[in-house]
Design a binder for this molecule. Structure first.
Ligand SMILES: NC(=O)c1ccc[n+]([C@@H]2O[C@H](COP(=O)([O-])OP(=O)(O)OC[C@H]3O[C@@H](n4cnc5c(N)ncnc54)[C@H](OP(=O)(O)O)[C@@H]3O)[C@@H](O)[C@H]2O)c1
Length: 242
């Protein structure tokens, strides 16, 4: 897929990986709709892209809110036109410090699933049909190694990411032949607020920079041959030309 000229929607785009993805997509000539709940950091991220000559708009919304998804999709289409790239990046760990699954309140598990699984699914239900009619589109779910490794205390988050991986596979199967690709991408460990919240004593020098991971994910979006629909990709293993 050619990135230039695409409409790209990125959730969780005010900091961390989402911001890096939005900045790179904007630099490559995509028109970017950026979603987050807190207006201040979002408007700062939008301004950075515009200052570099890119087209970017912020939409303040909570992806977990049932009544927000139509607003997100409608505003995004009004601002940037047809959406060719949708990146479900916004995510929550649930309560931190992380706790054992059996110590997790059912309401907290449900809230994690609303943000990490159900909200993205609601948004995809709105966007995927138009992509299929146009015969082109990429839907990316940002996953985690916690989707496949049963790390103690990462239960609510890991369950949501495992379910999101399978959501990706089923959507890919159902959209096969339409031109719409659905990818699940484990970004690997990155130096972000989420990582600091989960592992406050981590050695930050060992963590990837979000911008380096974003470069690999944008390369996946562009590379239909290597990033095939339905596949779960691991960003650090996806080689990109320097
Ligand atoms: N960091 C890592 O090491 C790591 C490892 C594996 C996977 N991941 C995955 O990578 C993705 C990005 O993580 P990150 O580390 O960059 O996170 P981050 O720094 O905490 O950024 C999260 C972004 O999502 C937004 N957000 C959170 N909840 C939202 C909601 N309900 N509605 C709309 N926006 C929301 C935040 O802004 P607001 O708070 O203003 O809404 C922020 O822009 C996530 O899917 C995460 O699970 C991260």
């Amino acid at each position: 897929m050619k990135i230039e000229g695409q409409g790209a929607l990125v959730t969780g785009a005010s900091r961390g990986l989402g911001r890096a993805l939005a900045e790179l997509l904007g630099a490559k000539g995509a028109r970017v709709a950026m979603i987050a709940r807190d207006a201040g950091p979002l408007s700062d991220a939008v301004a950075t892209i515009r200052a570099r000559g890119g087209v970017a708009h912020g939409i303040v919304a909570d992806i977990a809110a049932k009544d927000a998804v139509h607003k997100i999709a409608g505003q995004a289409q009004g601002l940037i036109g047809e959406i060719g790239i949708a990146i479900h990046n916004a995510s929550t760990l649930g309560p931190v410090p992380l706790r054992l699954l059996l110590d997790t309140e059912c309401e907290d598990l449900a809230a994690v699933l609303e943000t990490n699984l159900v909200g993205p699914f609601r948004l995809t239900k709105i966007l995927a049909g138009a992509m299929a009619l146009r015969g082109e589109g990429v839907i990316v779910h940002i996953s985690s190694d916690a989707a496949v490794e049963p790390y103690p205390t990462w239960g609510a988050y890991g369950i949501s990411k495992a379910a999101q991986d399978h959501l990706s596979r089923v959507l890919a199967a159902e959209l096969s032949g339409t031109g719409v690709r659905v990818l699940a991408v484990d970004p690997g460990e990155m130096d972000t607020k989420m990582h600091a919240d989960a592992v406050p004593d981590a050695d930050r020098k060992t963590l990837q920079r979000p911008a380096d991971v974003a470069a690999r994910i944008v390369a996946m979006i562009a590379d239909e041959a290597r990033a095939v629909s339905g596949v779960r990709l691991v960003a650090p293993s996806f080689e990109v030309a320097p």
